[in-house]
Design a protein. Structure first.
Lengths: 313, 313
DNA sequence: GTTAGTTGTCGAAACGTTTCGACAACTTTC
DNA sequence: GAAAGTTGTCGAAACGTTTCGACAACTAAC
């Protein structure tokens, strides 16, 4: 209700003066500024975003796109994004689904963070061509106005493999993820490299980064008695699945077989026994992404970043 | 770039005609409409939201406010909200934090869903007084422009208690939640009523609806040998905590003690043994809330709703 | 062939801001 | 005390839409 106009009227000044005062311009005298500010306060003035956005051509809102809200993975990540965005004076909104992608060209938001494989490369490139700032978290994409935040998959994978080897296993099964998934590709590559470097027998079982495919992988694993095995699930969802399979089939975890995962999913810690998993700060992951997006929006120079992983025995 | 103005120019008609055509008004002839539409298509026209919102005084966006993004609880809920909102032709955004609450008075959004205890009653009532449509999911609040979606806590609590009684326990410990939490109050009340109706011994241990307080509750529980006990955690987070405590202290679950929880948290299913928990459709919970908010926005009559709970042995 | 109605188009105002350029009223400088 | 600079204020345009009211050009009715 109460707009800049009403304030101007009440203060006996022009609209423009009110606007200057509200925006802290030095053009306006201290006396009028204080008067206007107190009237605004008193009238409970809150700027109308549509009006502001229209004029400013800028909203200070960014959005993150997720495939779905499912899974505990996103908690810390969003927390990190949110905090960083707020530190930078921006608001973060979380979106999902095809239609809301229009927010970008509709100019409701200044830039986007993408962790949603359904948001296709070609669609992203199309927006990038119109110079909309974009940060992707689940792939690499080369474009002037796109940056990526990546994980140090190589280090994590190598450590997980080493940890299995340290248990003295005779063979390692690597449960891989989708063919076209960036993380899956990198993790698999490093895992294979580690196995070959250490000259340990290994086998790759294809999975889909979800629990059910981890469970199904159990059927493909051959356990000979008197031998011990390692299973490296390239993500924890699949680790959950294989854990369930093994438990159901009375194969004793941490004796007959050792499991390692990736992502440090909350649930893995509650299993008996828990699954050891490659970790990284999801909070930093999110915060870093927002930091990069901010620079992109402000047209400052910025590079891709890599988040480091760690593995504790 | 391409706005309604450019389209008008290219089509050789006025701005208003373009607007009518784009909005499917019957005022404009079929011939010009098709022409305008094809030009708009060709120019990749996407309306500028700020302009539209400014004029329409409506955005078709609603927001849900969460205390934090942590926890798997929100997954299904958001999924339900999102789908329903989309079915109704609205976009849903997820927000967190104090500053973004201004979205409502800033007119960026048409209404809000609140599941965030930090969003105080008084603040909500203040907005409600300005006729902003609000749906609360974590409390009851009486106001012309506020509605609540509630859980059938009574039924759920009663069933959980009955289930413990059926196990033949001698005494039931009820781990309650925060004093001012609506669900906690209702669940406790029903649990106590059930215990008294069945004339079974019980005790209340205060908790905080989080894992650590559930764990700490373990210390307050007295287990005499030769007796069996029931523990009813008024939410699953606390159930997780007490489960951990009991396991660590070698008290055998499902023999010495039986646990029941509330909310059917994803993690509870992965525990050994799992915790039986009162369930309800979080998807429906979310979808219902959005449905109500929609009616509130459209100024249609609508009442509070209750989501039913169920408990399977 | 006047009158009355219908159809399709348009101009202009409105929504709530920001910001440029103008300018009156001062102050400083010489 | 005239010229030059500074300060504080204002009017008006602009951002991209929607929508009212006007109206010209038709058609239908008598």
């Amino acid at each position: 209700m109460a707009g800049i106009k009403e304030i101007a009227e009440k203060a006996g000044v022009s609209i423009s003066t009110v606007s200057y005062a509200l925006n802290g311009s030095s053009r306006v005298s201290v006396k009028t500024r204080d008067k206007i500010l107190s009237i605004a306060e008193e009238m409970n003035y809150i700027p109308n975003l549509a009006g502001q956005n229209l004029r400013r051509q800028r909203t200070n809102i960014i959005a993150v796109y997720l495939t779905s809200y499912q899974g505990s993975f996103f908690g810390d990540l969003l927390q990190g994004m949110h905090q960083k965005a707020n530190d930078l004076g921006m608001e973060l909104i979380v979106c999902s689904g095809k239609r809301s992608r229009l927010f970008l060209p509709q100019r409701l938001i200044d830039g986007i963070l993408v962790l949603d494989k359904n948001f296709s490369d070609s669609e992203l490139l199309k927006y990038a061509d119109q110079s909309y700032p974009i940060v992707v978290l689940d792939r690499t994409l080369k474009h002037e106005s796109i940056r990526s935040v990546l994980l140090d998959n190589e280090k994590g994978s190598t450590q997980a493999m080493q940890s299995l080897i340290n248990e003295g296993v005779d063979k390692i099964y690597i449960i891989s993820g989708p063919e076209n998934n960036h993380d899956s590709i990198e993790r698999k590559k490093a895992a294979v490299a580690a196995a070959e470097a250490q000259e340990i027998e290994y086998d790759i079982i294809p999975g889909q980064f979800n629990e059910i495919s981890g469970y199904q992988a159990g059927d493909k694993v051959v356990f000979e008695p008197e031998k011990t095995y390692g299973v490296f699930a390239l993500n924890d969802e699949m680790g959950l699945g294989i854990h369930k399979y093994l438990t159901e089939h009375n194969i004793v975890i941490n004796k007959d077989v050792f499991i390692r995962g990736f992502d440090r999913n909350q649930v893995t810690g509650y299993l008996t026994p828990p699954i050891k998993s490659v970790a990284y700060s999801k909070f930093d992951f999110g915060a870093t992404a927002v930091g990069i997006l901010n620079k992109l929006i402000k047209e400052e120079a910025v590079d891709n970043k890599t988040i480091s992983t760690y593995f504790e025995e």
